[in-house]
Design a binder for this molecule. Structure first.
Ligand code: F6P
Length: 374
């Protein structure tokens, strides 16, 4: 009997999503004779179903295009925005899967997509996922589709900022995406020759940054480039919130204590990546001009790199083969030199692959004299 598979892209988009859709769609159809149906705008496209047939000409000319032809959203089956309110729509998603007679659901994306897929697996669906995010922060895979392209974009931005920083003798802070992990900032910072790299995994000390900038000035280098993750946080901020949590523990009890603790957590998260504060501080302490460039969604847009297109094609076609073999409840991870292996979703869901503090990239950066803020 002809197998019928559904596919969707969920969470933040990444360059290479279309190349993955093409890989899955073409291989599933041509090699295994499967029907492939795309759901629009992530999981919300399953409630009620909004679909596109992923066969034939729709899969042509998308290998090189950015974004996702299916559209995406941050909706999750267990928290979907319906009539302005978040609702648990797991039952409706499962019903759509059953009503449409699907044999498998393929979910493409980062942490959000992996968590949602795991949730649907626990609710009895045959799910399989592929790692697609610019953040490269999924565990059990060495890399993710989209990371290489975003790295190129961020590195090129740092290159361009070098010349203007140098002309004006300024400090330029480049804010790079990555709330929980610093892969993109670290990679782009090294590739672009940033003088200071700040990542969430290594809380920074303003005095250490100040010293690095002053040493550069003394050596006649009258500008500095800082690559800063949106989730980078200072040691002072961490200390302040630890103290505030302790005071809360001492002074409050019961629901009051819980409420204040959660409020403090929220404010602490918002204080991360405060590049405006950092720029103001450095301007005050060094007497130099400081400017900020937030790369933001530039890193997610545009055509995927050749490396991402190759990876997307490998993963997409391997996914079709895994479905044919009845391999479900897994993410296909990439190991070593392009070896694709299934990893149980419970090992992936809810976890972040942070940069190990002894990672060779960190060591290399330090050895060429980059200040890591610590
Ligand atoms: O997960 C990818 C990512 O681009 C992160 O680097 C960034 O923090 C986040 O998405 C931004 O999310 P949104 O698209 O919801 O603004």
């Amino acid at each position: 009997m002809t197998k019928k598979i559904g596919i969707l892209t969920a969470g933040g988009d990444a360059p290479g999503l279309n190349a993955v859709l093409r890989g899955v769609g073409k291989a599933a159809h041509a090699m295994y004779g499967m029907d492939v149906i795309g759901f629009q705008d992530g999981f919300s496209g399953m409630v009620p179903p909004r679909t596109l047939d992923l066969e034939g000409s729709i899969l042509s000319n998308i290998l090189t295009s950015g974004g996702t032809i299916l559209g995406t959203s941050r909706d999750r089956p267990q928290a979907m925005l319906v009539d302005g309110k978040l609702q648990d729509c797991t039952g409706e998603v499962v019903k759509t899967y059953r009503d449409m007679g699907l044999d498998a659901l393929v979910c493409l994306g980062g942490n959000d997509a992996q968590e949602s897929a795991f949730h649907l697996m626990q609710n009895g669906l045959n799910v399989i996922t592929l790692p697609v995010t610019i953040d490269n922060d999924l565990v059990e895979t060495d890399t993710t589709v989209g990371f290489d392209t975003a790295l190129e974009v961020a590195a090129e931005a740092i290159d361009r900022l070098h010349t203007t920083a140098s002309s004006h003798h300024r400090i330029i802070i480049v804010e790079v995406m990555g709330k929980q992990t610093g892969w993109l900032t670290l990679g782009a910072g090294i590739a672009g020759g940033a003088d200071v790299i700040l990542i969430p995994e290594l809380p920074y000390d303003e005095q250490s940054i100040l010293k690095a900038i002053e040493e550069r000035s003394q050596a006649g280098k009258r500008f500095s480039i800082l690559a800063v993750s949106e989730g980078a946080v200072s040691k002072d901020t961490i200390q302040f919130f630890e103290q505030a949590q302790k005071t809360n523990q001492r002074l409050r009890s019961g629901p009051d204590r819980l409420k204040v603790a959660s409020r403090l957590d929220q404010i602490e998260q918002r204080s991360a990546g405060n590049t405006i504060h950092l720029a103001n501080q450095l301007e005050k302490l060094t007497g130099m001009n400081a400017r900020i460039t937030i790369l933001g969604y530039l890193q997610r847009g545009g055509t995927p790199s050749a490396t991402d297109r190759v990876l997307a094609t490998q993963l997409g076609t391997a996914c079709a083969a895994a479905i044919e073999a009845g391999r479900f409840g897994v993410m296909l991870g990439v190991h070593g030199a392009g070896l694709i292996e299934p990893v149980p979703l419970e090992q992936v869901s809810g976890k972040f692959k942070t940069v190990p503090l002894d990672h060779p990239w960190i060591n290399g950066a330090r050895m060429v004299g980059t200040n890591m803020g610590d």
